[in-house]
Design a protein around this ligand. Sequence first.
Ligand SMILES: C[S@@+](CC[C@H](N)C(=O)[O-])C[C@H]1O[C@@H](n2cnc3c(N)ncnc32)[C@H](O)[C@@H]1O
Length: 404
Amino acid sequence: MTSHTPVTTLPPLNADEMAHSSRVTEHIRAFMAAHGGVIGFDAWMRLALYAPGLGYYSAGATKFGAAGDFVTAPEISSLFSRCLARQAADVLRETGGGILELGAGSGRMAADVLTELQALDALPESYRILEVSADLAARQRARLAELPADLARRVEWLDRWPADSTNGVVLANEVLDAMPVQRFILRGEPGAQRVRELCVGLSDDAGFGGFEWREIEASPELEHAVHAILDSLPEPLPDGYASEVCLAFQPWMAGLAAQIETGVALLIDYGLPRAQLYHPERVDGSLRCHFRHRAHDDPFTHVGLQDITAWVDFTRVAEAADSADLAVLGFASQAAFLIGAGMESLLTTEMQLAANDLRRQAQLAGEARRLMLPGEMGEIFKVIALGKGFNAPLAGFATQALSL
Ligand SMILES: C[S@@+](CC[C@H](N)C(=O)[O-])C[C@H]1O[C@@H](n2cnc3c(N)ncnc32)[C@H](O)[C@@H]1O
């Protein structure tokens, strides 16, 4: 997922894929034409990913796993979800209430978390899934209907934040990186830099896509956000430095805070604290597209067929949480969190159960390596815990407290 592929070497599209991508492209072009021809990249990304029935997450293609475009931790191994469940069980024992999962993908994490919570005798009152994609919600329904009846009946779906606040746990794996970002570019030397917005315009080139970057004056909101970033960095950023900022975190966090009465949200994603993310050497940001396990940086190709993501600025997440009255209860690498949440004992037990099955043992060891090693998902993925009315220590953060 981290390797970089030139767009020219992406796997070819079949006729159905080309037709779908043309429909998504036409839809976005029509929207742009109706809105003056140039729109922010955040608006463009929202359409490419979430336009109903058309966008990458809203239409029918397989996204997760070997047959899709990328692999997430819950798809790699149930060890991941079982560790999350162990941490969730500790919280639920204090708070009672239920679990709300945001952006549940294939539904595999929900199935594994519920199964582990049952084994721990810590089942939540309900397991609600907030899913913005109708197609994914349908896939999740089909998958979770296969659970034993006592587990399946606890699951319900929402397409917006719940109206009421409840006690319990919120889980979100790789949701923050899928939120639309704005792009900016710095012009001028440090000390006298102007912030410009990189928007999307309609290209005259009638070829595939027909979109191009356009540089315009930044809105006051974007300019303010970027200057706040620049002011907080240890080193200046050079002329021509381009990157992304996710202004959507702030309203999203207000929605998250409003639905927690007493409880903890565990948000897992790839990203860095601000000073590392906006490093002078990362001159073109962290926008990445994923198509059939190839990563590249051109969002204007394979429109509607590829995932588009940006690394998460965890300092911004913490700031947004703070202004929504959510406390940061922990921030650690995925590897440290999984160890704290009980990975070692879980793995030891599983290895003992597979004592006569060398293949299963090798499989478990491989899964643990992918989740935990620094060169895999162990270090670039982070877990941040946000809480309201909850002060007990969280086992997942016992071994590491990264600064933000
Ligand atoms: C990269 S996928 C991750 C799926 C799953 N959590 C996993 O780990 O396999 C991103 C998910 O976030 C969902 N999503 C995006 N924005 C969201 C939002 N504002 N609220 C809830 N879910 C959202 C998408 O529909 C999709 O299910």
